[in-house]
Design a protein around this ligand. Structure first.
Ligand SMILES: O=C(O)CCC(=O)C(=O)O
Ligand SMILES: [Fe+2]
Length: 227
């Protein structure tokens, strides 16, 4: 399941992020590429653990912590600290699958990558190309979102970023270990939760059917979650 979440950051927050990122020291993305990715990765990244990456990353994590749609979709257990990348001058990232396990630098914490996230920090008209193409059961889906919006997709999917031929594509990207590892189970829970939220908002919060559906949600979560 591929989910776009709008306005994770406001335009004002994006502007503040960009004031820092546009002057940041970027390094070759190859530094953190695995053997397979090193053949296809041509981009720039903020250094792991740099003060800027940590402070902007923490800001994103704080916003996500109180974002109901993100929590409903990802059911986060652990989040790899957000990283930042920049593609320009033909920069691209060819087809790859993300590593299954990622150790957070400087710690012994390992995150199993269940859900991958890209939070766009450049407006679509700032750059040409730079589409995130994700292969799913019904073919390739192409994603290029407004600055401040985020896409979540299963880390099991093959994906790529097409060459940026004008301007610069700036984004934050990270991975989530979910309480519910199985993508199919997570999707069922997300669909059920969205319907429960819509029914609750539509005016009969004490409807017995709604109560039963909420019970089903929690009882499925009880079966499937591995905290
Ligand atoms: O830049 C993106 O949107 C995705 C980056 C990516 O796939 C990766 O770093 O593994
Ligand atoms: Fe990736």
């Amino acid at each position: 399941m591929l989910i776009s979440i709008e306005k994770v950051l406001t335009k004002d927050e994006v502007r503040q992020f960009r004031q820092h990122l546009d002057q940041a020291q970027w390094e070759d993305g190859l530094k953190t590429a695995g053997t397979l990715a090193s053949h296809v990765k041509r981009n720039l990244q903020l250094a792991n653990g740099s003060d800027l990456a940590i402070s902007l990353g923490n800001h994103i994590l704080r916003k996500l912590g109180s974002h109901p749609e993100f929590i409903s979709a990802a059911l986060p257990q652990r989040i790899y600290p957000p990283k930042f990348n920049c593609y320009r001058g033909g920069g691209t990232y060819g087809a790859h699958v993300d590593s299954a396990l990622m150790t957070v630098p400087g710690t012994d914490i390992t995150v199993r990558t269940d859900v991958s996230a890209t939070l766009f920090l450049a407006e679509p008209d700032e750059y040409e190309g730079g589409e995130l193409e994700i292969e799913g059961p019904f073919g390739v889906q192409t994603v290029k979102l407004e600055a401040g919006d985020m896409v979540l997709y299963p880390s099991t999917s093959l994906h790529r970023v097409t060459p940026v031929t004008r301007g610069a594509r700036i984004a934050s990207f990270f991975w989530i270990q979910s309480l519910v590892q199985d993508e199919g189970e997570r999707t069922l829970l997300y669909d059920l939760d969205q319907s429960i939220q819509d029914l609750t908002a539509s005016g009969r919060p004490d409807d017995p059917d709604l109560l039963r559906l909420t019970g089903v949600y929690h009882n499925l979560l009880r079966r499937w979650a591995r905290p």
